[in-house]
Design a protein around this ligand. Structure first.
Ligand SMILES: Nc1ncnc2c1ncn2[C@@H]1O[C@H](COP(=O)(O)OP(=O)(O)OP(=O)(O)O)[C@@H](O)[C@H]1O
Ligand SMILES: [Mg+2]
Length: 474
């Protein structure tokens, strides 16, 4: 599908010049000599973009702009303004025009602006599509993920949630271990009871034990009353033991006993208390190595590791990126009461290319910052944390050829290229899958030209025909 453009100007020569220019560039271009004629055409067929002169006959460009925004809000508008009327141009932008070109205009400038406006429309559509998918199969409670490893994690959660099996969740910082614990608890029959969380790294050994098992009055200096431990509070529910790798060996022995006997004594007490608690433990440490060097009990490790769930670092699941981005954009806009803006193509590329050492948490924070800072039509590069824009700057310089092609820029460029390609390839394959190998439909959904998509298929060696048999319902 070619993007359809309507050119509205009472100067016939201008209409024809723009029509020629853009037709050559592969757009479908129609013209109208007045605002009234434009309204009629807009009533008959769908246009993606209207390029209009500001000053025309009875009905002005401003009136037409207002009409379009009212009656065809999905259609973008570029205004052609007389030289020196920037003020009016700004007013038009406030009314919803996407851009303006001062007359007399330069062909390259017009072309560039048209391409940019259409690109950003495609990005918005893509964003909407992703959001819809996030709402469906790519989410489990608050966990988002469509990559195979995340889909497997969802699968395991579904299977074990409703049992009392102990789960050990592992993965680097910020990969969603706590969210997994939440998802398990809230999908289990224990959901009506408490999900209690203890950070085993947060306190001294004495305090952790008093937290976990409670204490009797006078158990230690400062224990002025009796206190219930988290095991007791979690009775009937779930206890989440976070950062289990940081637990002292003595405490590990006591935990092991509770797991085996399902009973405990408070610190400084000798009454036996029965508890019925499901345990989920989490760590980002190498517990196998710790069992080898003796800092983690092997028997406890096996007790905990009944159901292992491993969350890979974000860099190993690029397929989750677009969905996480869409999810966090929506979440942050809602929480902060900001309008939902799309990401500019440059900002999207920067997010995809960045090395997320802090994993999903870092990505979420970056998007929150961008949502707060963005003031334009879309979220752009400068709204992102400076670490990301620095990456993008290096890439731009390298791509522009301003520096030698050797050196670190090249490897960064290559790395970025790989991520973008991986993302693009997957995006295309999924669209083909949804449309049973129909290139036109897939291109339309992605807001791409058919020819452009065909070029990409050739580049990546994707055979659209091989998706035919996989069409849903065929
Ligand atoms: N798959 C995901 N989908 C949606 N949000 C996610 C996902 N993974 C992580 N997050 C978000 O990232 C942040 C960090 O997640 P979480 O606290 O669960 O990570 P963690 O693995 O426990 O990290 P740490 O090891 O640092 O404690 C949270 O705000 C969480 O909502
Ligand atoms: Mg955590």
């Amino acid at each position: 599908m070619k993007p359809a453009i309507l050119v509205v100007d009472d100067e016939r020569a201008i209409c024809i010049a723009i029509q020629r220019l853009l037709t050559v560039r592969g757009y479908e271009v129609d013209t109208a000599p007045s605002a009234e004629a434009a309204v009629e055409k807009l009533g008959q067929s769908v246009f993606h973009l209207v390029i209009m002169d500001l000053s025309m006959g009875k009905m002005s460009g401003m009136d037409l702009l207002a009409w379009v925004k009212q009656n065809a809000p999905e259609t973008a508008v570029i205004m052609i303004t007389a030289y020196g009327s920037e003020k009016t141009a700004v007013d038009a932008m406030k009314l919803g025009a996407s851009d303006y070109v001062p007359k007399p205009f330069d062909n390259d400038e017009l072309e560039l602006k048209v391409a940019r406006v259409l690109d950003s429309m495609a990005a918005k559509r893509e964003n909407r599509l992703l959001r819809e998918q996030v709402e469906s199969s790519y989410r489990f409670e608050n966990l988002i993920g469509k990559s195979p490893p995340m889909q497997r994690v969802f699968d395991v959660i579904r299977k074990v949630a409703n049992s009392d099996l102990t789960v050990l969740v592992r993965g680097p910082s910020g990969t969603g271990k706590e969210l997994v614990a939440n998802a398990i608890h809230y999908n289990s029959s224990r959901r009506g009871k408490a999900l209690v969380k203890v950070n085993c790294a947060a306190f001294s050994r004495e305090l952790v034990e008093s937290e976990l098992f409670g204490h009797e009055k006078g158990a230690f200096t400062g224990a002025t009353g009796t206190k219930e431990g988290k095991f007791e509070i979690a009775d009937g529910g779930t206890l989440f033991l976070d950062e289990i790798g940081d637990m002292a060996l003595e405490t590990q022995a006591k935990i092991l006993r509770v797991l085996q006997e399902k009973e405990l004594e408070r610190v400084g007490g000798n009454r036996t208390i029965k508890v019925d608690v499901r345990i989920i433990a989490a760590t980002n440490q190498d517990l196998e190595a710790k069992t080898r060097d003796g800092s983690f009990r092997e028997d406890l490790f096996y007790r905990l590791n009944v159901v292992p769930i491993v969350l890979p670092p974000l860099k190993d699941r690029p397929g989750d990126m677009p969905f996480l981005i869409a999810h966090f954009l929506e979440k942050a806009s809602q929480r902060l009461g900001r309008p939902q803006r799309a990401l500019s193509p440059a900002a999207t590329r920067a997010l995809l290319a960045h090395e997320w050492k802090g994993n999903v948490r870092e990505l979420e924070h970056a998007i929150e910052q961008a949502v707060v800072l963005a003031s334009g039509d879309e979220i752009d590069l400068p709204d992102l944390p400076s670490a990301l824009t620095a990456d993008a700057g290096v890439a731009a310089v390298a791509i522009g050829g301003g520096l030698d092609d050797d050196g670190p820029q090249t490897s960064f460029k290559e790395a970025k290229q790989r991520v973008v390609e991986q993302f693009e390839r997957q995006f295309i394959e999924e669209a083909l899958e949804r449309h049973g190998g129909n290139i036109s439909k897939a291109a339309e959904e992605m807001g791409m030209y058919r020819q452009h998509l065909q070029g990409k298929l050739a580049e990546y060696g994707i055979d659209a025909a091989s998706y035919r048999s996989r069409a849903p319902g065929s």
